[in-house]
Design a protein around this ligand. Structure first.
Ligand code: F6P
Length: 539
């Protein structure tokens, strides 16, 4: 059931012109932020630079209660089939349940299998990293992970994020069916010392299977037994066997792990190969710590719930259609892309769980880029555009490069400066003074000043973490996963299916023979027919 957001909308309308900065008294920064204490260093989520006041906060909390959030959280963690349209439990949390507390699905504990697969992955990773497992030409120097969507975005993001811990073979990712992707990647590699991982839950995804076959041909041209240098991450054992990959190098997972939630299990193997099993376990432990917090903390002090409630306020209350994720951490380069799938594939729905039309807006458009680069690209619109875009800043207390501390100081200063500028803005009077100082007067002073006004009063949140370690990355990813879940619960939709990707896939299959000229385009709409004709004939 979707929560009724009308009282939130009334509240948002009532405070629309109120200045966020007017809310600040001595207590606001502490009252509207939340710390999560942890051995690895504390996380701090600051949402004081939003227009949320105590009354709004209470209203949002009551909405979480109305949506039976507590019940839904328990249902997820205890293996109820909350992915109702696919009849599946949602248990990516079991993949990081390192203390092995039983998790029951259909009356059976899933943990023995989860831990067995983790142990097999670790043994294989150790063998590859040590050279006990070899290619035809000797020790594996390069790993190529072929996958797309949830079988690519998480591992890519994680590999880049944790590059200071990377002491295993080089890891490359191929996702796009555009031949350029695999051609450019393989061109750099020696097939005799390359391991190819085919990562596909279903083992049917056309992009992945096309790339996998191309990789097998490339390897087969030089390597006598190419199948021996392939591994598979998949639930479809019959299909991996048919492809010729020995079961000892197939790492499976159950249908209760959704693609975009899967980097904690076998889909994370390339990350494990890069950073080693111990660091990978630290990543899992970070996720598990966030699970524990999510399950037990009061909603008013619960990080994923708070992120979600701020999101609901902006999206449903204020009607802001997008949100920007702005990590001040170059190694979180691919986090926005990862979150796009996580959030938009999960909550981009227009039907409620019960099959009726969703009466509210679906989840927002999520986008972003690391700071400070984004500042020199699209922040112009964030500061002076006509639409308000809530910004989610992220920054570490410490960088990894201790010898470049002055870089980190500048990075942090820029991050804080942006949220400050968004909230405070710059008045016309100040802009006039600046223009006067430049020697302008009269109409020209006014004209130039107008261009230099910042309306301010633009909301943002800031997540501060100690340092981007494997543990902290695990905390951050689990934080966002649960945030998406909470928003989905309040919207009353199923965050764990993705029927919206199906139609395009079906039409692409049907179009291939038409594009190849083997079938006529007659049945297609006029635009598609004309495009096919132009692609085939150039006119
Ligand atoms: O694009 C839809 C989707 O099903 C995603 O949800 C998934 O992550 C991706 O395709 C890849 O699927 P698979 O792992 O089965 O190849």
């Amino acid at each position: 059931m979707t929560v009724d957001f009308s009282s939130l909308q009334v509240k948002a309308e009532a405070v629309k012109s109120r200045d966020i900065k007017s809310l600040f008294d001595d207590a606001r920064a502490a009252d509207f932020s939340q710390k999560l204490e942890s051995d690895g260093g504390d996380l701090l989520f600051d949402y004081s630079k939003t227009n949320i006041d105590t009354e709004t906060f209470e209203l949002l909390l009551s909405m979480a209660e109305d949506a039976n959030l507590k019940g839904r959280i328990n249902a997820m963690f205890t293996g109820e089939k909350i992915n109702e349209t696919e009849g599946r439990a949602v248990l990516h949390t079991a993949l990081r349940n390192l203390d092995a507390a039983p998790v029951m699905v259909d009356g059976a504990d899933v943990m023995p299998d989860v831990l067995d697969t983790l142990a097999r992955m670790e043994a294989f990773a150790n063998d590859v990293r040590s050279g006990a497992y070899q290619g035809q030409g000797g020790k594996i120097t390069d790993v190529v992970n072929i996958g797309i969507g949830g079988s690519d975005l998480g591992p890519v993001m994680g590999t880049i994020a944790l590059s200071p811990y990377h002491d295993g073979p080089r890891v490359h990712y191929v996702s796009n069916v555009d031949g350029a992707h695999i051609a450019d990647t393989l061109a750099l590699l020696d097939p005799t010392t390359t391991l190819v991982i085919v990562a596909s839950k279903t083992f049917t995804t056309i992009e992945t299977m096309t790339n996998a076959e191309t990789a097998r041909e490339w390897m087969g041209a030089v390597v006598t037994d190419p199948g021996a240098q392939f591994a598979a991450l998949s639930s479809a054992e019959d299909k991996t066997a048919a492809f010729g990959i020995d079961a000892s190098r197939v790492f499976g997972f159950e249908d209760w792990v959704g693609g975009r939630y899967s980097m904690w299990g076998p889909i994370g193997l390339p990350v494990m190969l890069a950073i080693g099993p111990e660091n990978f376990r630290a990543f899992l432990a970070g996720g598990q710590a966030m699970d524990q917090h999510f399950r037990t903390a009061d909603f008013s002090a619960n990080l994923p719930v708070l992120l979600a409630l701020v999101g609901i306020w902006h999206n449903q209350g204020c009607g802001y259609a997008t949100r920007a994720v702005l990590p001040y951490e170059q190694r979180l380069l691919r986090l926005p892309a990862y979150l796009q799938q996580l959030e938009m594939e999960s909550n981009g729905k227009s039907v409620a769980m019960d099959g009726t039309a969703l009466e509210v807006n679906s989840g927002p458009v999520v986008w972003g880029e690391p700071g400070t680069n984004g500042q020199h690209a699209f922040y112009q619109l964030i500061h002076q555009g006509t639409r308000v875009i809530p910004c989610e800043f992220m920054v570490g207390v410490e960088g990894q490069e201790a010898h470049l501390a002055h870089h980190h100081r500048l990075l942090v200063s820029n991050c804080l400066a942006q949220s400050e500028a968004l909230m405070l803005g710059r008045s016309f009077e100040t802009a006039m003074e600046l223009m006067a100082a430049k020697g302008l007067s009269g109409d020209e002073q006014i004209r130039q000043a107008n261009h230099r006004v910042f309306s301010g009063n633009r909301p943002s949140t800031t997540l501060v973490y100690p340092k981007l370690t494997p543990f902290v990355l695990g905390q951050i990813i689990a934080l966002y996963e649960h945030r998406v879940f909470v928003e989905g619960v309040l919207l009353g939709l199923n965050s764990f299916d993705q029927w919206g990707v199906e139609l395009g896939k079906e039409l692409a299959v049907a179009l291939e023979p038409i594009v190849a000229g083997e079938e006529p385009a007659d049945g297609k709409d006029g635009s598609t027919q004309a495009l096919v004709r132009f692609l085939q004939t150039g006119s």
